[in-house]
Design a protein around this ligand. Sequence first.
Ligand SMILES: NC(=O)c1ccc[n+]([C@@H]2O[C@H](COP(=O)([O-])OP(=O)(O)OC[C@H]3O[C@@H](n4cnc5c(N)ncnc54)[C@H](O)[C@@H]3O)[C@@H](O)[C@H]2O)c1
Length: 366
Amino acid sequence: MVWICVGTPSQPDGGINLDYVARCVTQIGAALAASPRRPLIVLRSTVLPGTTRGQVIPTLERASGLVVGRDIDLAFHPEFLREGCAVHDFDHPPKIVIGEQRPGGADRLLAAYGGAAGDVGGRYTAPRFRTSLEVAEMVKYSDNLFHAVKVVFANEVGALARAVGADAREVADIFCSDTKLNINPYYLRPGFAFGGSCLPKDLRAMLRLATHSAVSAPMLAGVLESNRALVDAFVARVLAARPRCVGLVGLAFKPNTDDMRESPYVAVAKRLIGEGLELRIYDPGVDPSRLIGANREAVLAALAHLERLLADDLAALDSCDLIVVNHPIVDASRVAAWCRAGKRVLDTVGIKGVEPGPAGYEGIFW
Ligand SMILES: NC(=O)c1ccc[n+]([C@@H]2O[C@H](COP(=O)([O-])OP(=O)(O)OC[C@H]3O[C@@H](n4cnc5c(N)ncnc54)[C@H](O)[C@@H]3O)[C@@H](O)[C@H]2O)c1
């Protein structure tokens, strides 16, 4: 098989950039033209419904001189992994979805997952679905739209809970405990804005598709706006404390990754610098010398002096008067020490074990 999993980043208009997919498919097509081998072509990148049939297959046919469905097969096979636990997620997917250009065309792919029974050493036991290209393409977006809605729902409820003086996390715990009526807890905890390379991009692409198809989707359109509003409100809260120097713990969109594409913490950092504040950032996952590609470009466009802002250890944040904790890599005793030293600590992640109400400590919604 040949798997294509290159990036499909956002374009300025919200649509997806298919240049990498097109280049890759053209290269594969040229190789096929010069070879008797006929691997199954598996598109794994997230692409808008209709792209595989309307653009990928014609590009492959042009470049290879082959006819898909007759000379060679192609499948769309969405990826559901999460960054930070990608390998584990790949091996234990929540579901296996295979969009076929012709029924039976992706037999080889199913066989790789252990056939219909699907158990390769205890892995790949997830439910499997063989469907059309378009359903498989849409399933991926449907998941990410729902995740974005959940994050925003959790945060709006969190903000309302805080406004009425209720403990937002306790509300969320009770809400999430109800798996009978209220689904499962993933993405349903109050915290900070969503970001990363998938949710914002996939949401924008679907909204653009909605506009083009004259479909009204006000709730989904409002999701991005609500996510942005959370960043605005948070920056205003930091500024209201009138700090001189702010320490940020965590810059990547989630811990254990160095992915800063559309990280809301990068947006916060950029805004605070724009307000003239001194900033120190500690993120052990981010090594500026190892950043590549779109990730490097995105973060340097926002934070040109990233290297100067990054601290080697947490102690470097001791000279800050306000510390924002975005990743759960700080323990409660550190928070207590900071508070004793007269610092304010703003916690967006929910550090475990912090005693309620040490002077100077505030959770984002608790
Ligand atoms: N990141 C995630 O968690 C995730 C989850 C599910 C789906 N997806 C989707 O998977 C796709 C890839 O996402 P990503 O985050 O891994 O993107 P990425 O930009 O981090 O990685 C893409 C890789 O493809 C390589 N590449 C580009 N052109 C190539 C070519 N012609 N030949 C060989 N390699 C080439 C790039 O060098 C890069 O390493 C996207 O469509 C994304 O929406 C991502």
